[in-house]
Ligand binder design. Sequence first.
Ligand SMILES: Nc1nc2c(ncn2[C@@H]2O[C@H](COP(=O)(O)OP(=O)(O)OP(=O)(O)O)[C@@H](O)[C@H]2O)c(=O)[nH]1
Ligand SMILES: [Mg+2]
Length: 473
Amino acid sequence: MNAVERSPEIAIIGHPNEGKSSVLSTLAEDDSVRVSATPGETVVCRTFPVRIDGREVLRFTDTPGFQNPSRVLAELRKLTEEDGDCITRFREKFQTVPELHDDIELLQPIERGAGIIYVVDGSRPVRNVDRAEMEILRLSGRPRMAIINCKDDRYNHLDSWKNEFRKTFNSNRVFNAHRATYAERILLLEALKSIDQDWHPILDKVVVAFKDDWASRNRQTMHILLDLFTDCLQYTVSAPLNATTDQEELQKQLTRSYHKTIGEKEKKAHRRIRGLYKHNIFDYSLPAHSLLHEELFSEKTWSVMGLSKTQIVIIGGLGAAAIGAGIDIAAGGMALGLVTGLAGAAGAIGALWGGKKLSQDGVFGVRIGGEQLRLGPATDINLLFVLINRALLYYKHTINWAHGRRDYENISIKSETENHSFNITSNWSTARLRICSSFFSAVTGKKENNIGQEKKKLGEIIERSLAEISSEE
Ligand SMILES: Nc1nc2c(ncn2[C@@H]2O[C@H](COP(=O)(O)OP(=O)(O)OP(=O)(O)O)[C@@H](O)[C@H]2O)c(=O)[nH]1
Ligand SMILES: [Mg+2]
């Protein structure tokens, strides 16, 4: 690639320890960027290309922090009176001065024409060294914007920073390296367009490429989820029965095995989704109180992530899918996960949990030819809703875990109760519920519906839901 064809370069510049590397890591979705609480972590410039479908669309360059901004500014001012680019002349004049090493290093990308994102920690007041840094960047003449990355929740200096920025930058934004969502990353890229007219067309393309790439990841997520739902709902486990079999014990074993297998299928799907959003190195943690720490088949999971009472009535009215012992969700029966998840009729509760003999018609499991006991395919549509809600909640945490975030403690996290995100389907329309119900009937073989068509319809809802979650700021 020659210089003309190269993707635009944006250098992330600022004072040591303000969060430059963290901002870059979040923007470039790269968790290999070195971030540390000790100032001076970054000592050499490092460029991180952003590739979409193997094509480099943008490059972000991480730089060391300014060490001697006042001295650099004084020298640059003198050099501006001479011919040529003051940054180049500064490097030529001072490249052998050891104490100016970091300052010369950080100016390198500017010298080769990079645009600038200047990062400050907005939770502290503006100082004179900051003014010197901003003036250096102004003298460089490069397109530039400022980012306020508040390292803690104090925003009381925001106005004074913004006033300061208006003097020197074409644009400024608040952007939190630890909490920025996908939507905020796109907004930042959109804002970058305004730093220079010449950059407008190329950054327009970059934003389109980012959006397309995101839509394609969402589509892949949707396919992973459709496969997961189909696989789980159709899953069966069986064991041979003979005259000496302790049926109750066997049922318990089958149930454990069923729960374990479905749980593993879900974990595997979630891990694949995590990979799509490029959390490759650091295993991000779910919030301590996340409902996703609950077992898939726990009573709590089913009561908060299954169908609401109103939805049970609606789905019942549609007459298409079995809700099994859904009523028991309200009663909070112990048998919830097992019976509602695996069996169809309320009769199964007595048969299984009352310690009585398994009923002959096999509502919990099915006697096959009198020789086998079988669990599955699922007979309760709640299993589908629990899987959907857990997947959407997992997705929400995944996309909102900024790549620049490394410290896993003391982070305030938006509660799952916000936007009711632990049960996203609770707001779904009857039309959506009808699609879920038809999908359920088709994959579990209760109706002769065309599975391909039902999958397509459910896929559309899931994809729309993922896009809705992505657009939340
Ligand atoms: N809470 C919080 N901490 C942050 C945020 N951004 C950065 N930090 C922390 O601040 C410290 C410095 O972050 P870096 O990204 O390494 O800062 P830098 O500007 O690249 O630092 P140098 O390379 O040393 O100049 C790290 O401990 C980060 O985790 C933020 O938005 N919120
Ligand atoms: Mg750094």
